[in-house]
Design a protein around this ligand. Structure first.
Ligand SMILES: Nc1ncnc2c1ncn2[C@@H]1O[C@H](COP(=O)(O)OP(=O)(O)OP(=O)(O)O)[C@@H](O)[C@H]1O
Ligand SMILES: Nc1nc2c(c(=O)[nH]1)N=C(CO)CN2
Length: 161
């Protein structure tokens, strides 16, 4: 049994449909799905805005690696091709945390290393888990308080389920 937080992002093609591929594919494990946010790209900033969301999932048999593989299968289902780091993509599924697991394995870093500085993850995560904690980093609300949130805009006109 494990509970995980997954972040979803898309900035290519039909962005909402791509996020729905992920949510539909996780349906049997879904505990909560956040609102959708329109977000200015960080990293490589010269690319289209993203839609971002976060979901909490739980499953009796899926472990941390299992969430990574399920995420990668969903990226493939959305037609993702491996390209530039931080570049545009039809669907990105990152494993943000799995319970209180810490992993330094490069193929599965937990907690996901960028999380504490990404308002695009922390804001939707806090919507569905106001007491969210990043193991080794602290409370998500306290981390978010130090970040620029100006590029993150909630899209109440878009729903994932
Ligand atoms: N927690 C994690 N969640 C998803 N992928 C991870 C994680 N930790 C390591 N990886 C590895 O990251 C690689 C995928 O990276 P990807 O191309 O999606 O990076 P990115 O989305 O461009 O950047 P970032 O990881 O900073 O968001 C895969 O090889 C995967 O095994
Ligand atoms: N706003 C935003 N920017 C990004 C995102 C993302 O999900 N949202 N993902 C990236 C690659 O992981 C690179 N840049």
């Amino acid at each position: 049994m494990s509970r995980a937080v997954l972040s979803l992002g898309s900035n290519l093609g039909d962005r909402l449909a791509n996020l729905r591929i992920a949510v539909d594919g996780l349906a049997n494990a879904l505990v909560a799905v956040s609102p959708v946010y329109e977000t200015a790209a960080w990293g490589v900033t010269d690319q289209p805005d993203f839609l971002n969301a976060v979901c909490v999932v739980e499953d009796a048999v899926t472990d941390a690696w299992g969430w990574l593989w399920r995420g990668q299968a969903l990226e493939n289902a959305a037609g993702r091709v491996r390209e530039q780091r931080w570049g545009p993509r039809t669907l990105d599924v990152d494993v943000v945390v799995v319970d209180d697991v810490i992993s330094t394995e490069p193929d599965l870093l937990l907690p996901h290393p960028g999380t504490h500085e990404r308002a695009t993850v922390l804001i939707p995560w806090l919507d569905i888990d106001p007491d969210a904690v990043i193991p080794g980093r602290g409370r998500a609300d306290a981390l978010l308080a130090g970040l620029d949130v100006s590029g993150v805009r909630r899209r109440d006109d878009l729903e994932l389920r």
